[in-house]
Design a protein around this ligand. Structure first.
Ligand SMILES: Nc1ncnc2c1ncn2[C@@H]1O[C@H](COP(=O)(O)OP(=O)(O)OP(=O)(O)O)[C@@H](O)[C@H]1O
Length: 454
């Protein structure tokens, strides 16, 4: 046994050819198989990142059915595996079918050994980078704000704020357009707080006024017609945890007064009840509305606003976050492709430009929905601007008009370029360095100086 685990599986039923292939690729540790069952067994055992395979396998070497069966199985077992299919001459149809099923590349027989080695090397490199990327993504998931993907400095500051205030019981008000991730942040705040109770969210705008009170405060049996049993409200359900009051700007005046009383006294009384029940809950309010304007119009209580706004977090819309639209697009496509068990879909350059230029009025939710639709509808592995229903754009994004101090301008431009390059290449350092025209070590230096994560 060699010290290195095999990085290559060669599947070929013609033993002379198998030997030849192994020999021409002797720089890689390899194992071989001559039929589907052995190939699957070797694959399960060694998990090689790269497989080269013939499509015509026994028992029926003249047909490609066994080859495709194997390909499907390998991709199912390890979707990241790079399978290089060796096809007959003029076998374009099967080659394309293999690619559609998730093969990495195809080569026509007789294969030029140099081309084969090069293709395998590239496949290994790509596999390594993708694994690395995966690792970084899962590492990020370890943090409470890990589900929230961002490279934008302003959003990263918000994540740090959320983590910092999580330990206190201060009431937090999240302000931001619809779909900017207010609920994700509220959940992250709860996770980071280590509060033992539950995270409960209620949308104040979605529940009719008449029901909202009982929904929030609960009711005693017999409190009103139809109250057949005592029911606890959302505030009590979240005891020991966090209650998110979404669309708090839509809370009716009568309930604003009741909520204010609760925030002052930290007791509730169920409808029809006489007992004061103490509840320990962290309240997170969220709204896309301008509460100050509502106060001026007499539609929101100023005293409640100040109670709620102990910590105010202003979440920027997606269009103001540098590089995030493309970063999130890649992440959603990766997730939806794997949910649908299809090869990972990528954005064409033109689609990337369209995503960068779009204004995203529905923010992350709009982008997520668009990527979901595209991942279901797209024919090939490349998603075009057309697939996304976005207009094709040519030029650069407009420049800001802010600070003109040269050092600030330079840093801002560098950060924007680095974040965009990482976004476009889906976090691939080597490719991002190429795009930026710098070496990899230079890019690492830049990233650490600018505080940009891969
Ligand atoms: N930064 C992010 N990274 C990953 N997913 C995100 C991010 N921001 C939002 N999402 C996802 O986008 C969707 C919308 O987010 P969320 O519901 O938190 O927005 P919201 O601001 O609460 O919206 P609304 O005001 O309409 O209730 C959710 O599916 C959420 O998981």
């Amino acid at each position: 046994m060699s010290a290195q685990p095999p990085s290559l599986l060669i599947v070929e039923d013609d033993l002379a050819l198998q030997k030849q292939l192994k020999w021409s690729m002797d720089r890689f540790e390899s194992v071989t198989a001559d039929d589907v069952a052995t190939a699957v067994m070797q694959f399960r055992r060694h998990k090689p990142p790269v497989v080269t395979m013939d499509l015509g396998l026994p028992p029926d070497q003249d047909s490609v059915s066994e080859g495709f069966r194997l390909l499907e199985k390998l991709i199912e077992l390890e979707p990241g595996t790079k399978v290089i299919v060796l096809t007959g001459q003029n076998d374009q149809n099967n080659a394309l079918r293999a690619i559609r099923m998730g093969a990495y590349d195809f080569l026509a027989k007789p294969v030029d050994p140099d081309v084969l080695v090069l293709t395998v090397e590239r496949a290994m490199r790509l596999h390594e980078l993708q694994q690395e990327n995966q690792r970084l993504m899962t590492q990020q998931d370890g943090e409470p704000t890990g589900k929230l993907l961002t490279r934008d400095p302003q959003m990263q500051r918000i994540c740090r704020t959320v983590e910092r205030v999580s330990g206190s019981d201060a009431t937090v008000l999240l302000l931001g357009e619809s779909g900017t991730g207010k609920e994700v942040l509220a959940q992250a705040l709860h996770d980071a707080s280590k509060r033992k109770g539950r995270f409960v969210a209620i949308n104040c705008a979605a529940i009719p006024e008449a029901l909202l009170e009982s929904e929030l405060f609960g009711y005693e049996r017999g409190a009103f017609t139809g109250a057949t049993k005592t029911t606890v409200g959302k505030i009590e359900t979240a005891n020991g945890g966090t209650l998110m009051l979404d669309e708090i700007g839509d809370l009716p005046m009568s309930l604003q007064a009741k909520l204010l009383r609760f925030l002052q006294e930290r007791n509730i009384e169920r409808l029809g009840g006489r007992q004061e029940i103490p509840v320990d809950v962290r309240i997170v309010g969220a709204t896309h509305q301008d509460l100050k304007a509502k106060i001026e119009q007499g539609l929101f209580r100023e005293d409640l606003f100040y109670r709620l706004a102990e910590i105010v977090v202003d979440i920027p819309p997606l269009r103001d976050r540098v590089g995030d639209a493309v970063l999130l697009s890649h992440a959603f496509l990766r997730r939806f492709s794997s949910e649908q068990r299809r090869p990972i879909l990528r954005l064409s350059d033109e689609a990337i430009r369209s995503v960068e230029a779009h204004r995203w009025p529905g923010n992350v939710r709009e982008l997520q929905n668009l990527m979901k639709r595209a991942s279901i509808m797209a024919d090939g592995e490349r998603i075009t601007a057309d697939d996304l229903g976005l207009p094709v754009v040519g030029g650069d994004a407009p420049a800001g008009e802010q600070d003109l101090d040269l050092r600030t301008v330079r840093e801002r431009a560098e950060r924007q370029a680095v974040v965009s390059a990482l976004g476009r290449t889906d976090g691939n350092i080597a490719k991002a360095a190429d795009l930026l025209g710098v070496s990899r070590p230079t890019l690492y230096d830049l990233m650490s100086r600018l505080g940009v994560k891969a």
